[in-house]
Write a protein that binds this ligand. Structure first.
Ligand SMILES: *Cc1c(COP(=O)(O)O)cnc(C)c1O
Length: 366
């Protein structure tokens, strides 16, 4: 039995009737940008994340860019972030003209090491972008303390972790702003690109709304040089339909993760480590193994999808060469990039499929 790494079509089938009805309604409404569905989704997800304001935009990457701009980050500023994440966690910093400053990760959670952040603080540090990687919240308490003490802003990259909790608080509500993505592989997704930004500050929310519409508050009157970055009504309609199922899907992901982790206990497979005070939402289920590439080949030869997140840490990307990092600068991230492997974890996986993945892993190590 083949087990694909992702199966987006099977999720579509599970909500097909409602989705197709919603899509047709938008098509017939003639209102495609900044309409009632976008506003309804902002309201719904603001409640879910437990913040007063949510601002939709065109992608998770744009959510990060708009957030940096809304917080006044620009040329001459430094922004501290993790060396181990999806590319746009760092590209957003460079795209607003600021300098990314990388910090290594905690080997247990793959999330940014707060002690490393403290060491990299400088007079030019404007913000820190922690990523809640794979669906597990980053260690936020020390970062929030640093923010309070030094006045640096916190932008949560929650693109993989909508619905995760840190010490009883939902991610996206802890920093100055929180960013999510509706890219099709995320836990809550559209049928294309989309994103959203959460904040408790009315002033930041207002700047974000202006920045997503060319920096205008009143049409054709531009107080800032902004972007064209809106969440369109088709995407908002799709995400609204799926949002009803997010909790159910999240619990399925968590149950799938539990099944794998119990199986791997005491074996050569390093299961993910959950901090005791978080709700991990498992956008990815990532194992750590010494012989990663051989295992990956074995699983693929048996028709089992798996993937590497991420094979090259951010500080070693060619586009950041001029920042001066070299191999060895971030040893924990570099080691993780050679040893981690993501297994299928999506909520639509059947028990049979999970069993198949488990059997192939066990047989590889036997
Ligand atoms: C997906 C993702 C993004 C970017 O989101 P897009 O909607 O694809 O632009 C940013 N950061 C992380 C950690 C992500 O996983």
């Amino acid at each position: 039995m083949a087990v694909p790494f992702l199966d987006i079509a099977s999720q579509y089938k599970s909500v097909q009737a409602d989705l197709e009805k919603a899509l047709l309604e938008v098509a017939r409404s003639g209102k495609y940008i900044l309409g009632e569905r976008g506003a309804a989704l902002e309201k719904k997800l603001a409640e879910y994340v437990d913040v007063p304001y949510a601002v939709g935009c065109a992608s998770g990457t744009d959510a990060l860019i708009l957030s940096l701009r809304a917080l006044g980050v620009g040329p001459g500023d430094e922004v501290i972030t993790t060396a181990y994440s999806f590319f746009s966690t760092a590209s957003c910093i460079a795209l607003v003209g600021a300098t990314p400053v990388f910090v290594d990760i905690d080997p247990r959670t793959y999330n940014i090491d707060p002690r490393g952040v403290e060491k990299k603080l400088s007079i030019r540090t404007k913000a820190v972008i922690p990523v809640h990687l794979y669906g597990q919240p980053a260690e936020m308490e020390p970062l929030l303390a640093l923010s309070k003490e030094w006045g640096v802003k916190i932008i949560e990259d929650a693109c993989q972790s909508l619905g995760a909790d840190y010490k009883g608080r939902r991610v996206g509500s802890l920093g100055d702003v929180g960013c999510v993505s509706f890219y099709p592989t995320k836990n809550l997704s559209g049928m294309g690109d989309g994103g959203m930004i959460f904040t408790r500050s009315p002033a930041i929310a207002e700047r974000l709304r202006s920045l997503r519409e060319h920096g205008a508050k009143t049409r054709y009157v531009h107080t800032m040089v902004g972007y064209n970055s809106r969440l369109d009504e088709l995407q908002a309609a799709v995400v609204l339909v799926k949002a009803r199922l997010l909790e159910e899907w999240t619990e399925k992901r968590r149950a799938n993760a539990k099944f794998y982790s119990e199986l791997f206990m005491g074996s050569a497979v390093g299961a993910p480590y959950d901090l005791p005070y978080v709700r991990h939402v498992y956008n990815q289920y990532v194992i750590r193994v010494a012989d990663r590439d051989t295992l990956m080949e074995h699983l693929r030869s048996k028709g089992i999808g798996c993937a590497v997140y991420y094979p090259v840490p951010l500080h070693l990307q060619e586009c950041f060469k001029t920042l001066g990092y070299i191999k060895g600068s971030m040893p924990v991230s570099e080691k993780a990039s050679g040893e981690t492997l993501a297994l299928p974890i999506y909520p639509e996986l059947s028990g049979e499929q999970m069993g198949e993945v488990a059997r192939e892993l066990v047989s590889f190590y036997r």
